[in-house]
Design a binder for this molecule. Structure first.
Ligand code: ZN
Length: 280
C-alpha cells in the first residue's frame, strides 16, 4: 500500500502494555451486546470469560491519538482512510458518519461487550462503537494463516469498520433480534449474512482506496488470500478436520472472496445487500 499522503486518524486508543484495564464494563451487570468477529468464533466464549472476571477499579487512561511506532502509524492511517471514504459515502446520502475508535491491546481487553481475548481475533463491539485489535493477530495472519501483506491487514481493519457501518445504519439490530428469537442454526445464517456484508464493505473501502492511489500491484491478491484463509470451511478443516456448514458464522472461503470482490469492483454499498439475495 501507499499511505504516504494519508492522514493518520486520531481515533485510536493505545492500551498496549497496560494489562487488563479500562473499558466500559458496568458494575453489577454485564452488557451483552453483539460482538462481531473477523474469525468464526462463538461470541458466548468471550462473554463467559467476562462473567468470571469481576470488574476492576482501575481507571488508568489509555493514550489517545495515533501511536508513533510503525504498526501504530499503519493502523491509524488505514483507519483514517476508512474515515475519509465512509465520511464521503454517508455525506452523499445526507447523513453523517460517526467514526469508531480503534483500540490496540495486548492479550486481553475489557470492552463494553465483555472481555476480549487476542485468541479470538479482532472484533467490533457495538455497545461502545470500538474495534479491538491485538497486533499479534497480524503476525498470526502471516505465520498461521499464510496471509501476509499490508493490504491483508488493512482488509481486517476495514472488515471491522464494516461492522461499525452496519451498526450506524441499523443493520446490526437484525443480528441482535435473531439472537433472541431463533434457533442457533437460524442465528448462524443471519451471522453469515452480516459477515459477508462486512467483507463487501471492506471491498467498498478498498475500491475507494484504489481511487485515492493507495493500492499497489499485488495488494488485492493479498486481501483475497486473507479472505480465503479466514473462511469457515478452511478454519474448521484446520481445527477439527471436518466441515459443518450449519455452524458457519462467517461464510466459506469462496463466499468471503466473492463478497469482498463485489464491493471492490463497484465501490457501492448498495451492491452489498447480503440480506435480500437468495444466493449468498
Ligand atoms: Zn466480522
Amino acid at each position: 500500500m501507499r499511505l504516504g499522503n494519508q492522514r493518520a486518524s486520531g481515533n485510536v486508543e493505545d492500551r498496549r502494555g497496560m494489562g487488563m484495564v479500562g473499558g466500559g464494563l458496568g458494575v453489577g451487570g454485564i452488557v451483552i451486546a453483539v460482538i462481531a468477529y473477523f474469525l468464526g468464533f462463538d461470541p458466548s466464549t468471550v462473554i463467559n470469560v467476562a462473567e468470571q472476571i469481576a470488574p476492576q477499579g482501575d481507571t488508568r487512561e489509555a493514550p489517545k491519538g495515533a501511536p508513533a511506532d510503525e504498526m501504530g502509524q499503519f493502523v491509524s492511517r488505514i483507519l483514517g482512510s476508512t474515515e475519509d471514504v465512509w465520511g464521503k459515502i454517508f455525506q452523499q446520502s445526507n447523513s453523517e458518519y460517526r467514526p469508531p475508535t480503534l483500540v490496540l491491546y495486548d492479550g486481553q481487553v475489557r470492552s463494553a461487550c465483555g472481555m476480549g481475548q487476542s485468541a479470538v481475533g479482532p472484533f467490533y463491539c457495538s455497545a461502545d462503537e470500538k474495534l479491538y485489535i491485538d497486533l499479534a493477530f497480524f503476525r498470526d495472519l502471516q505465520a498461521r494463516f499464510r496471509a501476509p501483506g499490508d493490504f491483508a491487514q488493512a482488509y481486517v481493519i476495514a472488515h471491522e469498520v464494516g461492522h461499525h457501518v452496519q451498526n450506524l445504519t441499523g443493520t446490526m439490530k437484525k443480528l441482535e433480534a435473531a439472537r433472541e428469537r431463533v434457533s442457533q442454526a437460524e442465528f448462524n445464517r443471519t451471522s453469515v449474512r452480516m459477515e459477508l456484508q462486512a467483507d463487501c464493505f471492506a471491498g467498498v473501502w478498498g475500491y475507494h482506496a484504489g481511487t485515492m492511489n493507495q493500492l499497489e500491484s499485488g495488494d488485492v491478491a493479498e486481501a483475497l488470500n486473507a479472505a480465503t484463509a479466514s473462511g469457515d470451511d478452511r478454519l474448521q478443516k484446520q481445527t477439527q478436520g471436518h466441515v459443518v456448514p450449519e455452524s458457519f458464522t462467517h461464510g466459506s472461503s469462496e463466499q468471503r472472496v466473492r463478497w469482498f470482490k463485489r464491493g471492490m469492483d463497484s465501490g457501492r454499498p448498495k451492491d452489498c445487500d447480503t440480506f435480500s439475495t437468495s444466493s449468498l
